[in-house]
Design a protein around this ligand. Structure first.
Ligand code: NAD
Length: 330
């Protein structure tokens, strides 16, 4: 049986990526939607053949508990709403995928994980790259030390934000932060999955060229991570630069991804030679995998703990920006 997924929040990512990807999945399908905009409900119902009884709004959302068509709730809302809706979904008896960044801070991530555990529901974070072939190969090269120990990593992710100045992404209370929360989370993940280790400390600096636009949130952030193995790891994030690379130097070779983090195609080089893996619909692979996890009742390879580990690093980066010093992660 294909499992039913309900998307909560029908913005840019749901409409542009997740709903189309759900037309290509084998183990799950788009069964329901949760939206505060009645006009969207009408459009989506028609476009994706969603029955009236599987359409919810933010007021009657908890009634989803009684709906056997919905197995998985996918939270695709602004960051400040992730915690509330992930916990409500788990309490309604649904397994949950929550988008990145998992929550406003690590403490909220811990609350989410505890609530899902208590409800005995599986939780996964929307880390689609763990299902992407070039990325999976990079993880193998780094973690299995195929070219010896990794000695340094240089990674950056960002885009030039010129969107709506009133958008939730620019409000600290709604987004938790700026380029670091939205884009930097990938550079942090990238460093962690290259090494298969957890960083222990971080030192960060920032730069603002458009302070009037980025009034409440960070624009460009640079950081250095300290790992137990002593590797030199530099990362950066931005709402003002188009970055998207992950470069790794090991004792006996080098490998890199560029673009490293998007969903418009990933490319990689190993010792200067192209990787040549197929381009896939990352979100379809990600959701199919979670549906299989639910059917088999096993943890996803990207459980809530992955989101929590990244948020611990993010929290420490913000502490370091305030203190100007190295900050311990955890
Ligand atoms: P968006 O602003 O386009 O969509 C957010 C949706 O939430 C909108 O439909 C909006 O109407 C709805 N919403 C409900 N209550 C709201 C409120 N009180 N304030 C504002 N909006 C409210 O954002 P998006 O780009 O679709 O991002 C949604 C989530 O998906 C974010 O967590 C983002 O980080 C994540 N995302 C992930 C990826 C990825 O590659 N994994 C890509 C893009 C976005």
């Amino acid at each position: 049986k294909k499992l039913g997924i309900a998307l909560v929040g029908l913005g840019y990512y749901s409409s542009g990526q997740l709903a189309p990807a759900l037309q290509k999945t084998n183990n799950c399908y788009l069964a329901g939607i949760v939206t505060g905009t009645p006009a969207k409900a009408v459009d989506w119902a028609k476009k994706y053949n969603i029955p009236e009884k599987n359409i919810y709004n933010y007021q009657n959302f908890d009634e989803i508990a009684k709906n056997p068509d919905i197995d998985i709730v996918y939270v695709v809302l602004p960051v400040f709403m992730h915690k509330e809706y992930t916990i409500r979904a788990a309490k309604a008896g649904k397994h949950v995928i929550c988008e990145k960044p998992m929550a406003l801070n690590a403490r909220d991530c811990e609350e989410i994980i505890a609530a899902c555990k208590k409800a005995n529901r599986l939780l996964s974070i929307g880390y689609r790259l763990h299902f992407e072939p070039h990325t999976v190969e990079l993880m193998r090269l780094g973690q299995k030390q195929v070219f010896g120990k990794v000695t340094s990593i240089d990674t950056g992710n960002g885009f030039t934000y010129n969107g709506d100045p009133n958008a939730w992404r620019l409000k600290k209370a709604m987004a938790g932060g700026g380029g670091l929360m939205d884009m930097g989370i990938y550079s942090i993940q990238g460093s962690r999955y290259t090494l298969g280790q957890e960083p222990i400390a971080v030192k960060a600096t920032q730069e603002k060229t458009r302070p009037d636009f980025f009034k409440e949130v960070d624009e460009t952030v640079y950081w250095e991570l300290k790992f137990p193995g002593g590797q030199k790891v530099n990362g950066k994030s931005s709402y003002n630069h188009d970055w998207g690379y992950l470069k790794v130097q090991a004792e006996k070779g080098s490998f890199q991804l560029e673009p490293a983090y998007g969903y418009g195609g990933i490319d990689g080089l190993v010792n200067g030679k192209p990787m040549n893996y197929p381009q896939i619909v990352q979100q379809a692979a990600q959701m199919d995998d979670f549906a299989t996890c639910v059917t088999r009742n096993v943890q996803s390879r990207v459980p809530g703990e992955e989101g929590l580990k990244d948020m611990r690093v993010v929290d420490a980066i913000y502490r370091s920006l305030d203190s100007g010093k190295w900050e311990t992660i955890g």
